[in-house]
Design a protein around this ligand. Structure first.
Ligand code: ATP
Ligand code: MG
Length: 572
């Protein structure tokens, strides 16, 4: 699948009035006075997993269009399959939608609330000869379905009398039959060109207790028999979903017509799913990663889940900006994760506090700085936001710099520290390397430098030019921390499309790297609250992990500083 280029595309995604195609449909319906001029959308998650970034796209649409046109959006849990569902997921879904910045007020609904009405409708359809109980196995039913070019065959049980069907359906619900023994099917058309019309299953027997209705029911409605009617019962006017439901739309309309009339009828509209490079979005696969311990839970910062992204330090605004940029179309595409990362950097650049941390420290001793002396230097919190102010950081005779920032035998264009060379310590002085000390294996243990006291920030000597500026942390006041560096979870661009290999073989073995004994300036440790965003200068954006606590500080790297998306755009 080709990587689309959303930035260019965005101009074509909205019309001259600035509306995308869904918004235009809504505007037209409202202008025509349909449904009494009401607008009511819904977001219908099945509580069988945590929400992912694809759901965020649907949430932004469902809640966004309602906000834009003064309508309302329901949160409806589509809980029709007790085998896979759990309250843990219900709670997580609520939290994630709120975190994204949307609210459903008191409009929280459950498809399971409609089980009685759905059952009554099924009974009515049976009595009207529009539904029958089929005793065949699901394999037999599938075999009889035919193909799009070959009509299906009628089931042996298709012509049962309404009385017999009603008796069997009631006994199915009483629990008299085993799971899989019988199903209720709509009697429509076994030769329809739309496969979904070939007597679709309406109800199946499930004996697992339901998280809300317990053991009250032994039959559960299928998605197609539940969704449109649930929309109808709630007064939903625009049922916005993804493109795979286009083929279900005639059936949606067929069942809804059993209830609706001219005065009010919900309408299904479809847009393209979000697919991201280097990611899988299928809940089944995400669940597998969690269950098999291949990641550390649903909110593992490598997961494409909203909770994972939150834990990693992504902001709601960056996710919403990203969704806005890729837009809504009628064709499937694969979006570049680099565009999401670009949106994250853009927001973090605007809001995060600049601090200093050394990930791979080597000690520097400043030999002409008096022993026991300390002073403080002032650092700007955010050059993008003058109102963010400054904070102070201690400077002393011994400091840490990154091991990679020193080379004993540097190549020509190495502008960092080398024997005899000078660099500026950010916010402090210019230092010059005079000597190095090594251990028995030849590893550098200490770098000796002198400093030029005239070059402190604010003094005239600070104008003196040197090529390199390094971040650093004073040794005696440094606070230790652990940082987790994340990389893409998969090694291939489109793991979901791979057919040859199991998706688990495509996992990136280096997606998590843990670095211990990182040296932080004290200010970071003092402000390491969950939800804070820091830019460790020259290293990346970091946020405290949920498990971080005083004495055992843990930071997640949200993202590195380098922006591959901007680079790609400049090349074009
Ligand atoms: P399942 O296979 O469990 O049905 P699902 O991803 O469809 O998985 P739902 O909980 O049914 O999950 O989805 C709720 C809503 O989110 C639906 O309206 C669906 O269309 C939308 N949605 C799901 N995945 C995406 C995606 N990748 N991009 C945009 N919308 C999505
Ligand atoms: Mg679904």
């Amino acid at each position: 699948m080709a990587d689309n280029t959303p930035v260019k595309e965005s101009e074509e995604l909205v019309n001259s009035k600035g509306l995308n195609f869904v918004e235009q449909i809504v505007a037209d319906d409202l202008a025509a006075g349909k449904n009494g001029g009401r607008l009511n959308t819904r977001f219908p998650p099945e509580p069988n997993g945590y929400l992912h970034i694809g759901h965020a796209k649907a949430i932004c649409m469902d809640f966004g269009v309602a906000e834009k046109f003064g309508g309302t959006c329901n949160l409806r849990f589509d809980d029709t399959n007790p085998v896979k569902e759990d309250v843990e997921y219900v709670d997580a879904i609520r939290e994630d939608i709120h975190w994204l910045g949307f609210d459903w007020g008191d409009r929280e609904y459950y498809a399971s609330d409609y089980f009685p009405q759905l059952y009554d409708l099924a009974v009515r359809m049976i009595k009207e000869g529009k539904a029958y109980v089929d005793d065949q196995t699901s394999e037999e039913i599938a075999r009889q379905k035919g193909t799009p070019t070959r009509p299906g065959e009628a089931s042996l049980y298709r012509d049962r009398t309404p009385e017999e069907n009603l008796d069997l359906f009631e006994r199915m619900n009483k629990g008299e039959f085993d799971e899989g023994a019988r199903v209720l099917r709509a009697k429509i058309d076994m030769s329809s060109p739309n496969m979904h019309f070939r007597d679709p299953i309406m109800y199946r027997i499930i004996k697992t207790p339901h998280h809300r209705t317990g053991t009250k029911w032994n039959v559960y409605p299928m998605y197609d028999f539940a969704h449109g009617q649930s929309d109808y019962f709630e007064g939903v006017t625009h049922s916005i979903c993804t493109l795979e439901f286009v083929v279900h739309r005639p059936l949606y309309e067929y069942f809804v017509k059993e209830l609706a009339d001219e005065s009010y009828c919900p309408r299904q509209i479809e847009f393209n799913r979000l697919n991201l490079t280097y990611t899988v979005m299928s809940k089944r696969k995400l669940l597998q990663l969690v269950k098999e311990g291949l990641v550390d839970g649903w909110d593992d910062p490598r997961m494409p889940t909203i909770s994972g992204m939150r834990r990693r330090g992504f902001t709601p605004r960056s996710i919403r900006n990203f969704v806005d940029r890729i837009g809504y179309t009628k064709f499937e595409a694969l979006n570049s994760v680099a565009l999401l990362e670009h949106a994250v950097r853009e927001d973090l650049n605007a809001i995060s506090t600049r601090v200093m941390a050394v990930l791979n420290p080597v000690k520097v001793v400043i030999t002409n700085y008096p022993e026991g002396q300390t002073e403080t230097v002032e650092l700007e919190n955010n050059p993008e936001d003058p109102a963010a102010g400054t904070h102070s950081m201690p400077f002393s005779r011994e400091i840490y710099i990154e091991r990679e920032d020193f080379m004993e035998n540097p190549p020509k264009k190495f502008f960092r520290l080398a024997p005899g060379g000078e660099v500026r310590l950010k916010g402090a002085y210019i230092i010059k390397c005079t000597d190095v000390e090594k251990d028995a294996d030849g590893n550098i243990t200490t770098i000796y430098c002198t400093y030029d006291p005239e070059t402190r920030s604010g003094l005239p000597g600070s104008m003196r030019k040197v090529k390199g500026t390094l971040h650093w942390v004073a040794a005696d006041t440094a606070v230790n921390a652990t940082v987790r560096l994340y990389d893409r979870l998969f090694n291939v661009e489109n793991p979901g499309a791979e057919t040859e290999r199991d998706f688990r073989e495509l996992l990136n073995p280096d997606s998590l790297k843990v670095v211990e004994n990182v040296k932080l300036e004290p200010y970071i440790a003092e402000n390491a609250r969950p939800g804070e965003h820091f830019q460790f200068q020259r290293v990346g954006y970091f946020t405290p992990d949920y498990d971080s606590k005083p004495g055992n500080l843990i930071f997640n790297r949200t993202i590195a500083l380098k922006d591959s998306w901007e680079k790609e755009q400049k090349k074009q």
